[in-house]
Design a protein around this ligand. Structure first.
Ligand code: FAD
Length: 99
């Protein structure tokens, strides 16, 4: 992973010798901030059944829905961006009584 490193440092922009004190340490623990699994939805956040047909009155967004990026992680924001976008669409359509 070479994301968010120092582009002026090489050969790896994210790794360098730790030479100059003072030194500080933080505990790092593994976690998860998203999943590529979830309910299959269409462009209007409607949940699709096994045949690809929208289930009336059922929408999903955020971690409940499958990622629109299909297993790829192009950049930060791929979770919150679609969650907000499709949450908005689902809320708007539900408020308007659309199915
Ligand atoms: C450390 C960290 C960093 C992140 N950084 C980024 C980032 O930089 N960019 C990005 O795009 N995404 C990031 N994410 C991911 C993003 O925050 C999540 O994908 C997003 O918040 C998911 O939103 P959501 O509404 O689907 O689910 P959540 O935000 O998890 O909301 C679900 C809600 O449902 C509630 N709930 C659960 N069960 C019940 C129940 N039975 N009854 C009632 N309420 C219930 C929970 O308490 C929670 O409030 C990060 C996540 C983490 C943890």
């Amino acid at each position: 992973m070479r994301l968010q490193g120092d582009p002026d440092h090489g050969p790896n922009p994210c790794v360098a010798p730790i030479l100059k004190p003072p030194f500080f340490a933080v505990e790092v623990v593994p976690g998860s901030f998203g999943t590529f699994a979830g309910l299959t939805t269409d462009g209007r956040a409607r949940v699709l059944d096994g045949t690809g047909t929208p289930i009336p009155g059922l929408w999903a967004a955020g971690t409940d829905s499958a990622s629109v990026f299909g297993g790829h992680y192009p950049a930060g924001g791929i979770n919150l961006g679609p969650a907000l976008t499709f949450g908005f669409i689902a809320g708007r359509d539900a408020a308007e009584g659309l199915q």
